[in-house]
Design a protein around this ligand. Sequence first.
Ligand SMILES: [Zn+2]
Length: 105
Amino acid sequence: MARKSRKKGYKSLPCFSYQGDPNYFEFADTGYKTPCWLWRGTIHRSYGQVCIKGIRYSVHKWMYEEYYEEVPLGLVLDHLCKIKHCGNPHHLEVVTVAVNIARGG
Ligand SMILES: [Zn+2]
């Protein structure tokens, strides 16, 4: 419960409305089919964080849901490129938690 009231870490989040601006990312060729989209903003526990209209999202989840569809409840997104702050929706796959752990998170 103590963690819930400690929101200090999120105060520096960039707050904006997504307008498809690619400047939020830098692009890196990591040998995957398409370049990784590396988040330039706040990173928490290796994952990019974004705040849209006051709600906090993981960047990769937000991008996936912008491009494809909502991630079903109970499932998670696995980074096929293994770069956790990559927001390229093409590098993400919806899997169960068990599969994600088996792949090494
Ligand atoms: Zn990637």
